[in-house]
Design a protein around this ligand. Sequence first.
Ligand code: NAP
Length: 544
Amino acid sequence: MSVQQTNTEAGEIRQLDAVVIGAGFAGLRALYKLRDEMGMDVQVYETGDGVGGTWFWNRYPGARCDSESYYYCFSFDEDLAQEWEWSGKYPEQPEIERYLNHAADRFDMRRDIQLSTRVTSAHFDDAANRWEIRTEHGERVSAHYLITAVGCLSAANVPDIPGRDSFQGESYHTSAWPREGVDFTGKRVGLIGTGSTGIQATPVIAAEADHLTVFQRTPNFTVPARHAAFLAEDQARIKKNYPAIFARTRESPAGFPYFPIERETMSVSAEERQEVLEGLWEEGGFKFMWGGFSDLLINPIANEIASEFIRNKIRGIVKDPETAELLCPTDHPYGSKRPPIDTDYYVTFNRDNVKLVDIRNAPIEAITGTGLRTKNAEYDLDILVFATGFDAMTGSLLKIDIQGAGGRRLADVWAEGPRTYLGLQVSGFPNLFTITGPGSPSVLVNMPVAIEHHVDWIADCIEHMRAQGKTRVEATEDAQEAWVEHVAEVSKESLMGKANSWYVGANIPGKPRVVMPYAGGQPLYRERCEAVVKADYEGFEFRA
Ligand code: NAP
């Protein structure tokens, strides 16, 4: 739908059943569910000029998925699963973007998605039990339900380094990468950030650029992805097994089609431990976290064994001992930050044209016209890449002026950290549903699996309201309070709170430190959501 076809402030306000914000995995799934499966009148607004969400924006060099393709996808339509051919284990960004575009076309979604349109505000009208939504183009629509599908990692964090805007060369944040790409040939490139993004981008930029300087504040543990193309027999096996694969993704703690092994680190000999870890390193991927020992994320001693194993790998790969030690994380346990997986990250530091610079001990003081200055050196650069992450989980929601019942602003209600019931609703914000909102497992689960669960739950809730003749649903303050406490309690059992990560908001200056995702695992969370429904939507208040 073009902008011209929608209503403007001068015209009548268009009445919709639901507005969905975002056209990534979550928005697309929500649109199909509500419109095609439930017959609702739905409008999706998307800031980008294409669909795909994360996979539209993050087109930086080396961007590829960390979860395997055949389960990092929609499971709701068997025909879609059967017709789509994934090229290999860890597809690159263009392939996932193509997949999401294919889904948008296949289900005729585009007619209800307005691209290039940022939602600027959403205010709840208490009397009408409806949301009034405004866009950057001045459009105004009214919707019974507001569904946010804004992504957990979509508000870019571009650090406010002195002189940032004075740089005369090209500079990019990895999540706002130009469609036409960036030519690094013959260029001196500086890259700030060594999270999953920086770790993916480093080897690819290094291979193209004249010189790459990686500015590292905190070293990160990464294990090899071991990407491999699928053979015809892999495709056939996957397609035959899709129902079982998808069923397992819904039952396992992290939404993968395999279950964590029931074996504690200390239950086996040192030799056997080494063998298991070697096997996992060779196999590659996230299995390193789940497939070896069950206590990696809860037992500090077990964690240290795995952490030291990775450090020794770094020391073995990186030839310059000083660089190797700089790359060894020592300030946080493995897995307490979201672990990256990589293709040739550590070995890239053996290249003559790559330099690792420690900005922990000699911080960046300023960005200059010609490059960057740290406490003890100047670096001349042609291109500066910010792989500096996101204002995660709350950033994109709080960019929108969301006001609930009685004009309460979400930004005020969340001033001390996000508060939700089940990560699905916020007390005081009736008829607003937050797909993979803070307080739900979200980022700790394979995202499409978490998203599909939320969309189904929301749809069932709306169906329930229709059946009961209700027009307003809202989480109670008490239920929310208890859930927030439960999320905090559960997080204490994991090592997650131990690192300064985006999980806890530590990457954004001034952001309250709260473990935002629910760390109890997907099965427990799903059980909880089902129990709530069975208990007649306990903790939710419905009104006619
Ligand atoms: P990130 O994990 O938050 O890493 C940001 C990096 O930038 C960190 O090394 C951080 O250092 C550094 N940084 C931030 N502000 C800085 C500053 N002011 N000065 C110097 N350094 C600064 O962000 P990300 O790498 O974009 O990844 C975010 C998440 O996106 C991942 O954890 C993952 O969930 C997702 N992701 C997924 C994939 C995939 O599936 N393929 C790929 C990429 C990203 P500190 O650690 O010291 O804060």
